[in-house]
Ligand binder design. Structure first.
Ligand code: CP
Ligand code: NVA
Length: 308
């Protein structure tokens, strides 16, 4: 039994196993209906509880479909509708009760500490469906999507523009270390990756460039990625942050500075006209809908990995 909380918690070979199983299962179910189970139904008779402290479309849907395809069932719990550390029951006790009912828990939380606290008291695995610190499931889907389109990500150049200090950029830096790609982050000083992740990157010899110049960040890139300038629960002056990041918008001019066959990725939801223009996200180089689809396939192998 294992938890899936951060990319950095896993070894490179464990992460590679997850990606390869996702690719294999996707191929093997070609032609089946979207929610039809895989032939081997490894999760038959089992269930997942999902708790969302924040809104979600992709994570909610893709985990639900993933569990169906694995032959199991899922239940979504609204923290407002259950006893969830609100005074009448501690997180510890809720975790102990869920352990009796289901086989695995997925939590989307505004506080990474809640994940750790929950994980400590659960007798079953927990998966991070996004926290303020990391979004490992999304980055795994992005690795799979990159490799389906452009082959092995090892040694490739990936660029990240905009907010250099959010859950996605943290997980991407960890992935650069684990999968061995060159990561170039273009952001203003104020939104640079935080000290903790930079020191992890240094210790783990991540091939990382952080630059204020967006052109330098995207030069010769195989893939340009970005994310909302203001994340959920980001307690900032939105107007000021958006103004500070406006030179980091992914537009056709910047896309042309990358390799001619570079792809564009975004985890979604997107701020159209802010971090990316319509022409880019709707253009031929964009693979954003495939990223969303691959969430299903990667969640399946993450669940299987957690349950051994
Ligand atoms: N990318 C992603 O996690 O989307 P949701 O917020 O819709 O789950
Ligand atoms: N950084 C974004 C990712 C959304 C999937 C957020 O946390 O809102």
């Amino acid at each position: 039994m294992k938890n899936f909380i951060n990319i950095s918690d896993c070894s490179s070979s464990e992460l590679r196993t997850i990606i390869e199983e996702a690719k294999k299962r996707k191929k093997n179910r070609s032609g089946l209906n979207k929610s039809a189970p895989d032939i081997d139904k490894p999760f038959e008779g089992k269930s997942m509880a999902m708790i969302f402290e924040k809104p979600s479309t992709r994570t909610r849907m893709s985990f639900d479909i993933a569990v169906k395809q694995l032959g199991g069932t899922s239940i979504v719990l609204n923290p407002e509708g259950i006893h969830y550390g609100k005074g009448d029951e501690t997180l510890k006790d809720t975790a102990k009760v869920l352990t009796e009912y289901v086989d695995i828990v997925m939590l989307r939380t505004a506080s990474h500490k809640n994940l750790e606290e929950f994980g400590k008291h659960l007798g079953i695995p927990i998966i991070n469906g996004l926290s303020d610190k990391s979004h490992p499931c999304q980055i795994m889907s992005d690795i799979m999507t990159f490799e389906e389109t452009k082959g092995s990500i090892t040694g490739k150049i990936i660029s990240w523009l905009g907010d250099g200090d959010n859950n996605m950029s943290n997980s991407l830096i960890e992935a650069a270390g684990k999968f061995g790609f060159h990561l170039k982050i273009g952001c203003p000083n104020k939104y640079m990756p935080n000290k903790k992740i930079l020191s992890w990157a240094k210790k783990n010899k991540v091939n990382l460039l952080v630059t204020k110049k967006p052109e330098e960040a995207v030069k010769d890139s195989d893939c340009i990625m970005t994310d909302k300038w203001v994340s959920m629960n980001d307690k900032v002056n939105k107007k000021v942050k958006k103004k500070n990041l406006k030179n980091y918008q992914v537009n056709e001019r910047l896309m042309q500075k990358a390799k001619s066959d570079a792809i564009f990725m975004h985890c979604l939801p997107v701020g159209r006209g802010e971090e990316v223009t319509d022409n880019v996200i709707d253009g031929e180089q964009s693979v954003v809908w495939r990223q969303a689809l691959n969430r299903v396939h990667v969640q399946k192998s993450i669940i299987n990995w957690c349950l051994d």
